[in-house]
Design a protein around this ligand. Structure first.
Ligand code: PLP
Length: 317
């Protein structure tokens, strides 16, 4: 379940510049310490309850059940978490960890703005300075989220490099972290990037799957299959997490099919025409890459599902 030395089979690792080795090692050490610290876990549980609004409901969907004719369909309503998505589960966990490590400054990348907003809210709660890197194109198309981040006291930096979207924001955040890790923590927004981030993000998102397990047990519901959308893979891996080592239920991740199987038409890192193994942004996984190993354009109707890479644990699964 957990990675072995940062790897899930052949995927994962930390393919980073030498300068990032130290902050990644420090982070891994602190994470393992605090995930076994009762005081930390209790503090996290109380913030999850009082600030995120956990637990979120497990809703029986009668109309979908009737219309689709077959399975009894339940929906885990993560959209009711504070700031409107599951992103805050990870943001709160990492910000609390960073605070324990003595960091005072938080940086994050964001595409559609959900992770930036969640991190801004986490920093406001915990009294940390917050800088969010966002591609200039995204700053323009996601104005309401930018305004909300600023309302929480975050500074939003528009990135003008490359395609001026999410992957460029990630690059800029990594550069900032390399220069400032003494007082700064980088809150990565999905279950990807260099080790130990895939393990950290899965553990903080596993609150979703743990609640589902308990809620189903309480209600006598036997789960046949679990389905989640896969952008980078954080909501899905957190949802699946308590069930991965079991034979049942079936675990189904849905990638963005876009408008077709061709290059530039989707974000199918497992099965698309341009899908291949590669190394980008510090980790080895499945990516949409050209023959030179550079990221290809992606397409999805959903702003959260159009990233060119997928978390290494999901790639391995
Ligand atoms: C970010 C986001 C996603 C995709 O990211 P994952 O890391 O794959 O979970 C999907 N849905 C919503 C609402 C999001 O905010």
């Amino acid at each position: 379940m957990k990675s072995t030395d940062g790897f899930f089979n052949q995927y994962g690792g930390k393919y980073v510049a030498e300068v990032l080795r130290r902050p990644l090692d420090e982070l891994a050490e602190a994470f393992h310490f605090y995930m076994n610290d009762k005081v930390f876990l209790e503090e996290l549980r109380i913030i999850q309850r009082d600030y995120i609004g956990r637990e979120t409901p497990l809703y029986f969907a009668p109309t979908a059940t009737k219309l689709l004719g077959g399975a009894q369909i339940y929906i885990k309503l993560e959209g009711l978490a504070n700031t409107g998505a599951h992103k805050i589960n990870n943001a709160i966990g990492q910000c609390l960890l960073a605070k324990k490590m003595g960091k005072t400054r938080i940086i994050a990348e964001t595409g559609a703005g959900q992770h930036g907003l969640a991190t801004a809210a986490a920093c406001a709660k915990l009294g940390l300075e917050c800088i969010v890197y966002m591609g200039e194109v995204d700053v323009r198309r996601q104005q309401p989220n930018v305004a909300a981040m600023e309302l929480y006291g975050a500074k939003v930096c528009a990135v003008t490099a490359g395609s001026r979207t999410l992957k460029d924001a990630v690059n800029e955040a990594m550069r900032d972290w390399a220069a400032n890790f003494e007082n700064t923590h980088y809150v990565l927004g999905s279950a990807l990037g260099p080790a130990p981030f895939p393990d950290i993000v899965r553990e903080f998102q596993s609150v979703i799957g743990n609640e589902v397990k308990r809620q189903c047990e309480e209600r006598g519901v036997k789960i046949g299959a679990m389905v989640a959308c896969v952008g980078g893979g954080s909501n899905s891996i957190g949802f699946f997490s308590p069930f991965i080592d079991q034979k049942e239920p079936r675990l189904i991740g849905a990638e963005a099919g876009g408008i077709g199987p061709g290059v530039g038409e989707n974000a199918s890192r497992m099965t698309g025409d341009a899908a291949r193994d590669g190394i980008m942004q510090g980790y080895k996984s499945r990516f949409l890459l050209d023959d030179d190993g550079q990221a290809l354009p992606t397409r999805s109707i959903s702003a959260g599902l159009d990233y060119c890479g997928i978390g290494p644990q999901l790639a391995a699964l």
